[in-house]
Design a protein around this ligand. Structure first.
Ligand code: ZN
Ligand code: ZN
Length: 1079
């Protein structure tokens, strides 16, 4: 039998690109039992990493391209004209006031939060979006807006409006990238465990029945804690009641696939047997806490019925033990009722019912888009009935609601389904909001793990999020989709490995989106997921936290649970059974080559860690009346959340640890938020319009700086008109008598620091020569002031107390040679540095590390440091004797601005994180993140936390993914030990959507990278050949500590950030903390 399943699975794998209905057609002549096994194996195969063929074509001269990025001088990595064209901004957004109003609204919302919040959460509802990566959330938000006929980027899902947001680290004890079982154990039981395990500690080996049945190894869930406190409880899911996520609320097993006794025989590797392992369905019906659930709604009826019984959907049960668990459940609960279609569910009078079980499919439920709307309830409808059921209990309740098919949509590389499932969950969240009292109901929305979905290139504002990127094509001129996956089923290459035109394909409602590495299905990713919270104690759900902290926070809020206690008892024993070779292979991928650190196998380890993380949050003053005398803003250019997760792991690995458990300096900050980065005409932004957002508080056009979105590209008179200028927080600080300064590893005239002082339609106008070069004949230095000139001769730039970075060439005329042996770039003959010296006789210029370190800040009026002709070198490539580190520059800058008794605003940029991501060289990008983390530590060491607000954020993301299922501690810069394509060729854990190297042979097959990846200058692989890598449109993180840092949480517009900083430090013209207390 099993070898037939294997054959059928292999046969179906080739057809997986087709929707599920076609699969069923292929299998139509087989028995239901057989069909289910095959489908189940296919779904399992989805998470596996046994791959077949690669894709994408091959081109030359790539490394040369990489080198160009790092040559000194001003090599631009983007074509400004290509970036600016074919894009429009919505009219109302062209006015700065629009953004001020929006920011004030968002601030008002945060200020409305009770501080301190003494409210207890009588009820807790947890929503789980399975596989709902932050990129999925962003894309779903955009699609939701577009379905309303709007541009989309400005929209917000229900839960994105929640006041608090945090980030959750999803790795499991033996997995860098987790599955839905170990994560369910983390977010429901508060303990991290081994991949595919549920409700047990990592001390139990895979398929060790006696271990999983031993109460000493079992961990209890928040559903059990709620029951112990007399509360009602329940589970709702769009998958099966015995699927991994809901099972986290009640089951204890080493293997999530043991859903029925038959499954134990199928997947037990001959080591597990139903005699000694209790299957999940049996646990749900016969054991606590499952048997006490007041409501259970979802799919998976077959797991509860014997083979001899046919279910209402026309399929036979799959149980071999002959037991009808549903009859058993009815006997245990005479006041309970079973529903199996929508009418029955909607007709339920919950007030007259003791318990309710709803099973709406034999297996998992259908995608909302494909479901029979007459027969199948929606997630919102199930949520409504579930809340009605549990609300009858005066002691309150814990309810778990899963949007489980988001994961399936992503595994099938069909975001059109995944995003729709997010919308369905968003509606269910709205139902919960409508039905509950916000004063007594805590609602937490999160995901279990990410997917390597990226939003790539530079599509204009309002571009169809499910379409081809109108502004993106590969080096052959073939347009690419905005959405891509790292791993998946369709590469869309011709026989030479060249990408084909998808214009027609992408219109197909069943379109499978493109991916780089060919596998049976998409895989999970290792970046952090979001946490969104509202209601009592929701302010605790911010900051970066272990996923396992979440249930402890919920329990804290609801006053349930009693710490690390778990006691369940089951029969012991061992057994054996047959196994399918295919399934074994799949399971091998999950299980082999993985180990858990010893101390993490004990539940106490996780409890302690959670209590520690909670203590940090509870220690925060509430309410916080402290004013921020000083504000330091750190900006990681292109520091996507995936880049942060990878940098964190690498930091830990460089210490000799597995890595996933580590934290960057700023990840320990008490508050986190998420920032929406789109610009007025760009779905995916650049560093200029974003700098205008996070420094001036106004969104504008891509590549524009310090002007509103109403000024057209290359319109000099528009950009010179003060009416179109927007001022930065640096100017606001100066107006309040504070010191100010900028520090960057790029050039002082680069997009990010320029946001603090410049006004121009083009970030590339760094010198007058650049205006001639990039002005497209429309801009001329006579009518446009270049950025370097603005910095030296105009306010607020000319008042900066300190400016440290690269780019000396922009300040010197061509006839002058700089200390680095290069001629200046200016055509106007002006030496801006001597001009600056004349303006500031008490100022000094440094151009190497020794000079900078020897500066006595107390004796100096102003300081300018220019440590390269162009961009500074990357830290790993820089001459350590001559080039200061970002940490050293930060130290000197803080010394300079600290002399002012009124305080300061300081901007510090780790600018080459972006350069290295563009070059597809994470080994350099992550090192630059480490350097910025050190600079943050220096700032923490030098400042008083009672009076200094420190905010760390990023301008935009990069489509870097952490893909597949590498085991815990796998080299984050190496090949994924558990991941290979369908040809058996291993793939790197880190991949980019777009970049220079596809590593394909002449037939478009992926080549083995075992040797190449060891090279320090290795260019990591990408799917779409472009030069260089591109930005991506997913949200970036905000990390804050110090006075008023509790305001920097929730999902916010990037343009809100400077207003919040201004509020905290009582500067600018918006709402101010001081006004609030003075009135
Ligand atoms: Zn999955
Ligand atoms: Zn960039």
């Amino acid at each position: 039998m099993n070898q037939y399943i294997g054959k059928a699975v292999s046969r179906c794998l080739g057809f997986l690109k087709y929707p599920k209905t076609s699969l069923l057609r292929i299998l139509r002549n087989y028995s239901k039992d057989f069909k289910d096994k095959v489908l189940s194996a296919l779904v399992t195969a989805a998470w596996a990493a046994a791959f077949e063929l690669p894709e994408i074509h091959k081109q030359e001269h790539l490394v040369g391209g990489v080198q160009r990025i790092f040559t000194r001088g001003s090599e631009n990595i983007m074509d400004p004209n290509a970036l600016a064209k074919n894009k429009t901004s919505p009219l109302q957004e062209q006015d700065a006031q629009f953004w001020y109003d929006l920011a004030h609204e968002e601030i008002a919302k945060r200020l409305k939060q009770p501080q301190p919040d003494q409210r207890k959460a009588k009820n807790v509802i947890m929503f789980l979006g399975d596989g709902m990566s932050l990129s999925t959330v962003t894309a779903a938000r955009i699609l939701q807006g577009q379905l309303k006929g709007n541009t989309g980027e400005e929209d917000a899902l229900t839960f994105e409006k929640f006041p608090y947001a945090g980030l959750s680290k999803t790795y499991c004890t033996n997995a860098q990238v987790p599955d839905s079982a170990c994560t369910a154990t983390a977010y429901l039981c508060g303990v991290k465990t081994s991949i595919v395990a549920l409700g047990i500690t990592a001390a139990v080996n895979f398929n060790n029945c006696s271990g999983s049945e031993d109460p000493a190894h079992q961990v209890s869930s928040i559903a059990a804690w709620a029951q112990a406190a007399g509360k009602a409880s329940g589970i709702v899911t769009t998958t099966a009641l015995t699927h991994a996520s809901p099972s986290g609320a009640y089951a204890h097993t080493t293997n999530r696939f043991f859903e029925s006794d038959t499954d134990i025989l199928t997947y037990g590797e001959g080591k597990s047997h139903p005699d000694s392992c209790t299957d999940i369905a049996t646990q749900l019906i016969t054991q606590a806490p499952g048997k006490n659930f007041d409501v259970m709604l979802g799919g998976g009826m077959s797991k509860f019925l014997p083979k001899s019984i046919q279910d209402p959907f026309g399929n036979a049960g799959i149980r071999s033990d002959g037991i009808n668990l549903l009859a058993k459940w009815q006997a245990l609960h005479p006041d309970g009722a079973l529903a199996y279609n929508r009418d029955q569910l909607l007709g339920v009078d919950t007030s007259r019912l003791g318990k309710l079980i709803g099973l709406f499919n034999s297996g998992i439920m259908d995608f909302h888009k494909q479901a029979d709307a007459v027969l199948k309830p929606t997630l919102a409808e199930m949520t409504q009935k579930a809340i009605e059921m549990v609300s009858k209990n005066d002691e309150g309740y814990f309810l778990f609601v899963e949007g489980g098919l988001i994961d399936y949509g992503n595994h099938f590389n069909q975001p059109q389904f995944a995003l729709d499932e997010v919308h369905e969950m968003s509606k269910a969240v709205q139902t919960a909001l409508d039905m509950t009292n916000p004063e007594e109901t805590l609602i937490v929305v999160t995901a279990d793990h990410a997917h390597p979905l990226s939003i790539s290139g530079y599509p204009g504002r309002g571009s169809d999020i499910l379409g081809l990127n109108p502004n993106g094509d590969d080096l052959n001129g073939v347009k690419y989709a905005t959405l891509n996956y790292a791993v998946g089923m369709e590469q869309y290459l011709d026989e030479h490995g060249q990408r084909i035109d998808l214009t027609e394909h992408i219109k197909n409602p069943d379109f499978t989106y493109p991916s780089y590495i060919k596998c049976e299905q998409g895989v999970h990713a290792g970046d952090d997921v979001g946490i969104f919270a509202t209601g009592p104690q929701s302010h605790l759900f911010t900051g970066v936290m272990q996923q396992s902290t979440i249930p402890h926070l919920m329990a804290y809020a609801a006053c349930i649970g009693n710490g690390p206690k778990l006691l369940h008892k089951f029969p012991l024993g061992t057994g054996r059974s047959d196994m399918s070779s295919i399934i074994e292979e799949i399971i091998n991928i999950f299980v082999k080559n993985r180990t858990s650190p010893l101390q993490e196998r004990d539940a106490q380890f996780w409890y302690n860690l959670s209590h520690e993380e909670m203590a940090t949050r509870l220690k925060q003053p509430q309410p916080d009346q402290r004013k921020a005398k000083n504000v330091i803003m750190f900006l990681g250019d292109g520091m996507s959340l995936t880049t942060i997760a990878a940098a964190r792991i690498l930091q830990g690995q460089l210490k000799g640890n597995p890595g996933e458990e580590d934290a960057l300096t700023f990840e320990k900050f008490p508050y986190t938020g998420l920032s929406k980065t789109y610009c007025t005409n760009a779905q995916v932004p650049d560093s200029a319009c974003t700098a205008t957002a996070y420094l001036c508080g106004v969104k504008t056009n891509i590549i524009a700086l310090g002007i509103n979105g109403g000024v057209e590209y290359n319109n000099c008179s528009g950009s010179e008109d003060p009416a179109n200028h927007v001022s930065s927080i640096a100017a606001w600080a100066q107006a309040a008598g504070k010191s100010s300064g900028i520090v960057t590893t790029t050039t002082l005239t680069h997009a990010s620091p320029s946001g603090a002082y410049a006004h121009t339609t083009s970030r590339f106008f760094e010198s007058d020569t650049d205006i001639l070069t990039y002005g497209a004949g429309k801009s001329h230095p006579d009518s446009c002031t270049d950025i370097a000139t603005q910095l030296i001769t105009q306010a607020p730039g000319k008042h900066f107390d300190v400016m440290l970075g690269g780019g000396m060439g922009k300040f010197l005329p061509k006839h002058i040679q700089d200390p680095f042996g290069k001629a200046g770039e200016r055509s106007d003959g002006v030496n801006l540095l001597s001009k600056w010296q004349a303006l500031h006789p008490d100022g000094a210029l440094a151009y190497n590390r020794a000079q900078l370190l020897s500066v006595n800040a107390s004796r100096l009026g102003k300081l300018i440091g220019l440590f390269d002709s162009g961009l500074m070198d990357l830290h790993k490539q820089a001459d350590a004797a001559l080039t200061p580190t970002l940490e050293e520059m930060t130290q000197k800058a803080i010394e300079m601005v600290s002399k002012n008794d009124k305080g300061y605003f300081l901007f510090v940029e780790g600018g080459n994180i972006d350069s290295a991501n563009h070059a597809n060289m994470p080994q350099l990008a992550l090192d630059e993140v480490h350097e910025m983390a050190k600079a943050v530590q220096k700032a923490l060491d030098m400042t008083n936390p009672e009076e200094t607000l420190i905010v760390v954020t990023s301008d935009h993301a990069h489509p870097l993914s952490i893909s597949g299922y590498p085991g815990r501690g796998s080299d984050i810069l190496g090949l994924n030990p558990n991941g290979a394509d369908l040809n058996g060729v291993k793939y790197a854990t880190l991949n980019y959507a777009v970049g220079m190297e596809q590593y394909l042979d002449a037939q478009g097959q992926r080549i083995d990278l075992t040797e190449q990846i060891k090279r320090p200058d290795f260019v990591f692989p990408s799917y779409i050949k472009g030069y260089p890598g591109v930005h991506s449109g997913d949200d970036v993180g905000i990390f804050a500590t110090g006075p008023q840092s509790h305001l920097f949480t929730g999902v916010m517009q990037q343009s809100t950030i400077p207003h919040l900083m201004a509020y905290a430090s009582c500067i600018g013209n918006g709402p101010k903390l001081c006004d609030r207390f003075n009135k």
